[in-house]
Design a protein around this ligand. Structure first.
Ligand code: UDP
Ligand code: MG
Length: 309
């Protein structure tokens, strides 16, 4: 029987990239034998001509299926919408800007046919990303693997193929705050990696600023580890022990040599240090409580305005 594979592509203000995307992806897909392709495009609340262009595509080519979100929900939500809508035997997630070369899909499908359930695209050459972006990404992976139980593979983005069974497993994860890289790693399954070089953007500009990447990293840590809040218990205990020892030292010193009333500076330093440590730890607690709060609302991850095709 003919196997079906859905491409899942999130679009946010990508009007300049759409034509290039369609022109390049279609010939690649058609070269892969015995697969029925569907292309699920998610318009993530774009404010430019993205939706109009996508609709135009879908009218000319029935393989394009368009999901229109009611506003910008972010890439993770857009991907979730795509995964929910896909009904094929496997899905391939790919960016609209063709930074992930479509030719790699060949190898992905091949590995899938050979029995892999997840085929990851790993970027071996990230020279198109800035040094700062690469460095901070490396730190993120290192720290994340240290403080959480799951291992997020390094240099692996969302570009991947997933079998039906993986998609079904992902759909069973109910969290609203979706750190996809972590969720992908959490579900596991038989995984194979293919390497590729990340290309420059085909057109347009990146949608992720430095600050949104920082928030993204924070999301990654707090979604998969409670060490950041547990840390304070240990720090607090250590601080208390030090304070106890110092207290004993002061008592003994006062008994032996009397009280010469020094120590304004050390007192001031200790107070400011420990009060700021307390504020940081309260902030850390707040990060988690905020997430609990968002989860308890049980709001949907995205809202669809309309589906086409
Ligand atoms: N994207 C999205 N919603 C957003 C931000 C981005 O759907 O809120 C899409 C975007 O259109 C692109 C993909 O996510 O297809 C990756 O975005 P981008 O290329 O800007 O990220 P980068 O490659 O710079 O990390
Ligand atoms: Mg990109």
């Amino acid at each position: 029987m003919l196997k079906t594979v859905s491409l899942i592509v999130p679009f946010y203000n990508e009007q300049s990239a759409i034509t290039i995307f369609a022109d390049k992806i279609i010939p690649v897909l058609e070269k892969i034998p015995e697969i029925g392709w569907k292309i699920v495009c998610i318009d993530d609340g774009s404010s430019d001509a993205t939706l109009a262009q996508l609709l135009d595509l879908s009218q000319r080519d029935p393989r394009f299926r368009i999901l229109e979100l009611s506003r910008n929900f972010g890439k993770e939500a857009a991907l979730t919408a795509g995964l929910d809508a896909a009904d094929s035997d496997a899905v391939v997630i790919i960016d609209a800007d063709l930074q992930d070369p479509p030719e790699v899909i060949f190898q992905m499908v091949k590995a899938w046919r050979e029995g892999a359930e997840v085929v990851l695209g790993r970027r071996v050459d990230r020279s198109t990303d800035s040094t700062l972006k690469r460095k901070t990404a490396a730190w993120f992976y290192e720290l994340h693997s240290k403080i959480s139980h799951i291992q997020i593979p390094e240099n692996v983005g969302d570009f991947r193929l997933m079998d039906r069974c993986v998609v079904d497993a992902l759909k069973r994860l109910p969290e609203r705050q979706r750190f996809m890289k972590g969720l992908f790693a959490w579900v596991g399954f038989r995984t194979v990696t293919v390497d590729y070089a990340r290309l420059p953007r085909s057109a347009g500009t990146t949608k992720f600023s430095g600050f949104s990447l920082w928030n993204f990293a924070l999301e990654g840590f707090t979604s998969f580890s409670t060490i950041p809040i547990r840390l304070w218990t240990y720090l607090g205990t250590m601080g208390a022990l030090c304070a106890l020892v110092y207290g004993l030292f002061i008592i003994i010193r006062t008994i032996l040599w009397g009280n010469p009333v020094p120590g304004y500076a050390s007192l001031f330093a200790a107070i400011t240090l420990f009060s700021s440590v307390q504020i940081i730890s309260i902030g850390m607690l707040g990060e988690y409580i905020g997430r609990i709060y968002m989860e308890t609302k049980q709001r949907p991850i995205y809202v669809l305005r309309k589906t086409y095709n």
